[in-house]
Design a protein around this ligand. Structure first.
Ligand SMILES: [Zn+2]
Length: 345
């Protein structure tokens, strides 16, 4: 997971990368925001950036820095296969008194990969197909945290722990965690991810640095909604790939001002994320094309097999436009890449 894969949140990300670059990483941080706004994605990309051995810095564009995505550390974290990366999350009982997140780790990691970390706790419970009322983070999870963080790092670098939904901790687990937060260990990062501080112990909240995500909300911003018809027309062309019509469509996009082109691309990124959430998790998403058949069909074209290709293509176009690339060429190249990606669904 790279920062470029996250829709929006540029100010938050730029602040975080600046802090990481300066080496002032706070050992316990609380990322506050909805999963669909990318709070879990942010934790994932954060750890990848922290460990990346070839961080990339941009002179221009909305995103000032990102992980390289290519080095061994990036690969291990993007595949969630880094030996120093640990997760704790609310888990349902399984009849054993020592049940913990570890009993559901394979399913949790698969859930993160399949949903690109955009799924909520309800989504995860549905994914597990178990009774959602009884999921929690338990003493056994806390004991695992203490044990894991008490061991040396496998790779000699950062030890990272993500606690998803710490508000679901029972009292015993919360008290145990508190002790861990009070005694920071070197090169250890604990990321707590939740949607609010309301149900968290104040003593925990006071010991962590808060990072608040901007809420994108369920609906796209009205100032961007004006790009809806243009986007839908373009998607239709891409789907059918009619060259002559596509060329005139690209002309229309290239005729927008540079700032508008960027807004259009950002809007497209958000719509693609919503399409992906619909195809992966069945969440409602309407393209508002006025054509019910197209609205129902198109989101199915955006899947776990091509969402990254689509995001990359849109982000590259954003970057190129930010560097004053020639609009027509940038949008034509983008069209080919998206069209190719849609075929890989
Ligand atoms: Zn890297």
């Amino acid at each position: 997971m790279q920062f470029k894969d996250i829709v929006g949140q540029r100010d938050v990300i730029n602040r975080l990368t600046e802090i990481i670059d300066s080496g002032r990483v706070s050992h316990a941080q609380l990322l506050l925001g909805d999963e669909r706004d990318g709070s879990l994605q942010l934790a994932w990309a954060y750890m990848q950036y922290l460990c990346c051995s070839h961080r990339v810095h941009h002179e221009q564009g909305d995103l000032r820095a990102d992980s390289c995505g290519e080095c061994p550390e990036c690969k291990k974290i993007s595949q969630l296969m880094h030996p120093d990366l640990h997760f704790v999350f609310p888990n349902p009982p399984n009849g054993s008194p020592s049940v913990s997140s570890d009993d559901y780790m394979a399913e949790f990691l698969a859930f993160l990969r399949e949903r690109k970390a955009l799924g909520t706790l309800d989504d995860f419970n549905r994914y597990l197909d178990r009774d959602i009322k009884t999921t929690m983070i338990r003493e056994s999870d806390a004991a695992n945290i203490v044990r894991t963080l008490g061991m040396k790092s496998y790779e000699g670098g950062w030890r990272m722990l993500v606690i998803w939904r710490p508000s679901k901790m029972n009292k015993e687990a919360a008290n145990e965690l508190l002790k861990t937060l009070e005694e920071p260990m070197p090169q250890t990062l604990i990321l707590l991810v939740d949607d609010s501080t309301e149900e968290l112990l104040p003593t925990i909240v006071s010991r962590v640095q808060q990072v608040r995500l901007k809420s994108e909300g369920g609906e796209r911003k009205p100032e961007n909604a004006e790009y809806g018809p243009l986007l839908v027309d373009w998607l239709r062309m891409l789907f059918k790939l009619k060259m002559k019509e596509l060329a005139s469509q690209v002309e229309k996009m290239a005729a927008l001002g540079r700032e508008e082109q960027k807004q259009f691309l950002t809007y497209a990124l958000g719509v693609m994320r919503d399409c992906f959430l619909k195809s992966a998790a069945g969440l409602p998403c309407s393209l508002g094309s006025g054509d019910e058949k197209f609205d129902a069909m198109f989101p199915n074209m955006v899947t776990v097999n091509n969402i990254e290709l689509i995001n990359d293509a849109l982000n590259d176009a954003l970057f190129a436009i930010g560097r004053n690339a020639y609009g027509k060429i940038a949008f034509m190249e983008l069209s080919f890449r998206i069209s190719k990606a849609l075929k890989k669904r």
